[in-house]
Design a protein around this ligand. Structure first.
Ligand code: CO
Length: 201
């Protein structure tokens, strides 16, 4: 099968729109009138980890932010704007931080060979390695990499739980939980890492 071009995507899009309408004539009318997702997904940009598809959700059900290696820099204006809008305006109930094994960003950070911007972006990954050095002793290769993929998710849940946006929501009694999950490219399964937060600690 040859890879589609951008032009092909427009054709596929027409087909999708037609199919969707023939199954559910009110679909777009309903969606256009409101956006009411319960979830905010913070995941990796990796093309193999598409939020809607792997959770079986349709448009309108999940608000999505993706970046390289699903990192929540507290100084990232882009992510913090998404978080603020999701929590304050959309009032999502659950934030999902979703990492994946075999993450190219994490592999790059651990290999230590990165130019410019990517090097800055991935610094938190190396920080995680330093911070958890004692529990990483003895791990090498893929085992080390997999563990850091998991620790990275836990770390970002922690970071988000300390943002003003999340604290204020909890202080005013708004129901909001932050979960950390990891996805396997080999079987398409999402695993809960049991690092959830739903109150100020
Ligand atoms: Co990745």
């Amino acid at each position: 099968m040859s890879e589609p071009t951008a032009k092909d995507l427009l054709v596929q899009n027409r087909q999708w729109s037609d199919n969707t309408r023939s199954r559910d004539p009110e679909f777009f009318r309903r969606l256009a009138s409101q956006q009411n997702p319960n979830f905010l997904w913070i995941g990796c940009s990796d093309s193999r980890v598409p939020a809607n598809q792997i959770t079986g959700l349709v448009p309108g059900q999940i608000f999505v932010h993706r970046n390289v290696s699903n990192i929540a820099h507290p100084t990232d204006v882009n992510l913090m704007s998404v978080l603020e809008y999701a929590v304050d305006v959309l009032q999502v109930k659950e934030v999902l931080v979703v990492g994946h094994y075999g993450c190219g960003g994490i592999q790059a950070a651990l290999s230590g060979r990165l130019p410019g911007i990517a090097d800055f972006w991935l610094e938190p990954i190396r920080e995680i390695r330093r911070k958890h050095a004692s529990q990483l002793v003895g791990l090498t290769g893929k085992n080390l990499e997999d563990r850091i993929c998991e620790l990275n998710v836990a770390e970002q849940v922690e970071t988000l739980s300390h943002t003003g946006i999340v604290h204020h929501a909890w202080e005013r009694g708004q129901p909001l939980a932050i979960h950390g999950w990891i996805y396997s490219l080999h079987d398409g399964i999402l695993k809960d890492l049991d690092v959830s937060r739903d109150r100020v600690v």
